[in-house]
Design a protein around this ligand. Structure first.
Ligand code: GAL
Length: 672
């Protein structure tokens, strides 16, 4: 491995997908490799769901078919991302170990015939995954076709929490280690409330379904524990592989889709970050959700190039309405991931399955065969990516960080909040969308991270905020940074207990205000804010959902409620602290309404919108061989972008202005 790119053995951007040859007769395998070569495929993920066909009975292995497939791929110059098949244990495993099945919160035992239905706390499962991972690594660890390892599949999906007796026992052990004593646990969980005080460890259990809501501190710890259990299984497999192979190990994340696993912690355990991303068909601007996922994948890996391990060539099969991608959309999606740091563009899956639950999911080779739009676009994309080889390992640099903290999301998503179902990612999306439209590239960061390199930090949804993290944000501003905080932030500590001193107390110094009382709005009603912009103009901004009754200590009031429960009270504040500035926005503004406010925030931070044509995305990657600006036109209108360099996709010099057709893409090596 080198630092810049995880695939020293591949000369190109990796291109390919999940390949499931076991679903097809052997003649088809030969057609597959021929078509893979035609499409420029150079990497496939195999074996993801093949446990039952590799270990046919406990300890009995059949490697013949896998040997044949791997050799065939190798002869054709296609590298292998070899999976451990542990997301789907065989029927014989559950017959022998019925106790290894997942128990859900209501006490139901989850059955066989699906995937992800195993208890990650069951000792038999732990033993079995180490056995199969070791066997695979021993056999293929040095095989020249094997470029890397793909452990399991999407940990935490479809179930992250398991309430089986094995999980409950392991939870108790985890708590003992975390708190040391029962007094520590009682204190952290606030068990004086509703008479939950424990006098014996054996009485402590998982937060199973109860007559009404269960202790939120207990539930938050169970989420932490569940994530820890999944990660322990990953580590066990990874280490079993490492005993026989020095190839990089990954497991595919689901950034910005699921938040059952703490990807910051996971990213520390993998050799290369990889992500699966599927567009939300109901979102007309799904490419913005895609950009968030891509930036998050890059950020959790510390900025290193990452792999898009799965996306779709067209429709998926599991959303309420599965919308086919429009012509060119697959390439736009792929280039958008590339622009945000992906050095691999892969799909689920190579060939559409005829049987099973995913037969209506699109693929690189669709049911319609090669005389199809999808196949032609697959071949074209392979050719395009082939022209980007020189950019491998180049990196994205951002001036702005948005805080992204899974623990806070877990806590915020529990029951009995001032407003139920306050999705922590809703505010992140609004601020991100504003920055996306302004052409400003964003990293994501934890609140305790070193933020000093950023001109602007946005805490869009930081409900749970540890005191030391609040101190970190305060120091960041004192040192000259600009911070924007949105409502329902800085409310509780790591045990979901309200901060001593009240709502937002740990941010009082940096924001110059705190919250006396929440004033959420009735559904459908709106607040309006009269905002005094830095240039002396006044604006009436639409707002809804939330208001606060603020107590001002030192902040200047820049916006005042003109409607709703906060009428006449401060809505938006700006506070100078040390050499920097802390802004507070106490209501919900959409990306349009945020324009004026963020304009003033940018001025404090020394940022400015990039002035791109509407719907055009532009992100730069820099490397030793050059600086590359990836441009994606998501709009239906042709666009002109002032940029000087050579478009690697066409080989043409831009001559100072790039003509980017409607729906078009370009990767410009910038003139230096
Ligand atoms: C992913 C999963 C794949 C496939 C795909 C399409 O989440 O990893 O195995 O199911 O979704 O639905």
């Amino acid at each position: 491995m080198n630092d810049g790119s995880p695939w020293p053995a591949l000369e190109h951007i990796a291109y390919g997908g999940d390949y499931n040859p076991e679903q097809w007769p052997r003649e088809t395998w030969h057609e597959d490799v021929r078509l893979m070569r035609e499409a420029g495929v150079n990497l496939v993920s195999i074996g993801i769901f093949s446990w039952a066909l590799i270990e046919t009975e406990e300890g009995v292995f059949d490697f013949e078919w896998l040997d044949t497939v791997i050799d065939l791929l190798h002869e054709n110059g296609i590298a292998v991302d070899l999976a451990t098949p542990t997301a789907s244990p065989p029927a014989w495993f559950f017959a022998a170990h019925p106790d290894a099945r997942v128990v859900d919160r209501d006490g139901g035992v989850l059955g066989f015939g699906s995937r992800g239905m195993v208890s990650h706390s069951a000792p038999a499962y732990r033993d079995a995954v180490v056995r199969i991972a070791s066997a695979l690594a021993e056999r293929y660890g040095d095989h020249p076709a094997v470029l890397m390892w793909h452990v399991h599949n999407e940990y935490g999906v479809p179930v992250a929490e398991d309430y089986s007796p094995h999980a409950v026992a392991a939870f108790r052990d985890w708590l003992r280690e975390r708190y040391g004593s029962l007094e520590g646990l009682n204190e952290a969980w606030g068990t004086a409330f509703w008479g939950q005080h424990y006098s014996n460890w054996e009485h402590v259990g998982a937060p199973a379904a109860a007559p009404t809501t269960v202790n939120p501190a207990q539930r938050l710890d169970f989420k932490r524990f569940s994530d820890h259990q999944l990660r322990a299984c990953f580590i066990a497999e990874r280490d079993a592989i490492r005993a026989h192979s020095d190839k990089p190990v990954t497991t595919n994340f689901m950034a910005n889709q699921e938040f059952t696993t703490d990807l910051w912690a996971w990213a520390r355990e993998v050799d290369v970050v990889s992500d699966d991303h599927y567009l939300t068909a109901a979102d007309p601007e799904a490419h913005i959700g895609l950009a968030i996922a891509a930036d998050l994948s890059r950020s959790v890996g510390g900025g290193r190039p990452w792999m898009l391990l799965e996306h779709s060539t067209s429709a998926v099969n599991w959303q309420p309405r599965n919308i086919a991608k429009r012509p060119g959309e697959m390439a736009r999606n792929s280039l958008a991931h590339f622009g945000r740091g992906a050095d691999a563009i892969m799909f689920f899956q190579w060939r559409a399955s005829r049987s099973g639950a995913e037969k209506f999911h699109s693929a690189m080779v669709p049911h319609a065969g090669t005389d199809s739009r999808v196949w032609r676009e697959v071949v074209q994309l392979g050719a395009s990516l082939g022209r980007l080889a020189e950019s491998r390992g180049s990196r994205v640099r951002a001036n702005v960080a948005i805080l992204w903290d899974f623990e806070s999301f877990w806590a915020q998503s529990l029951e009995w909040r001032p407003v139920q179902d306050l999705d922590p990612r809703e505010r992140i999306r609004a601020f991100y969308e504003r920055l996306w439209r302004d052409g400003i590239t964003v990293d994501f960061a934890l609140p305790g991270a070193d933020l000093s390199g950023y001109k602007l930090v946005v805490a869009a949804s930081q409900y749970l905020l540890r005191n030391d993290d609040a101190a970190n944000l305060t120091r960041y501003v004192a040192g000259g940074g600009t911070l924007v905080v949105s409502y329902f932030s800085g409310i509780v500590d790591e045990h979901d207990a309200v901060h001593a001193g009240g709502f937002m107390a740990p941010l009082r110094e940096v924001l110059g205000c705190d919250v006396e009382e929440f004033l959420p709005l009735r559904t459908g009603s709106s607040a309006a804010v009269d905002y005094a912009a830095g240039d002396g103009t006044s604006h009436r901004l639409d707002a809804d959902e939330w208001a606060d009754d603020l107590r001002i200590t030192s902040a200047a009031v820049r916006g005042t409620y003109a409607e709703g429960p906060g009428t006449g009270k401060p809505a938006i504040t700006r506070n100078e602290h040390g050499r920097g500035t802390g802004w507070y926005v106490s209501t919900r503004l959409d990306a349009d309404a945020l324009e004026t406010v963020m304009g003033d925030v940018y001025a404090d931070a020394g940022l400015a919108p990039a002035g791109l044509p509407e719907g055009v995305e532009a992100v730069a990657r820099s490397g030793e061989a050059g600086d590359y600006l990836t441009l994606v036109n998501h709009s239906d209108a042709d666009a002109e972008v002032p940029v000087d360099g050579v478009d690697l996709l066409t080989g043409a010099a831009t001559g100072g202005t790039l003509q980017l057709g409607a729906g078009g893409t370009a990767v410009v090596r910038l003139a230096r």
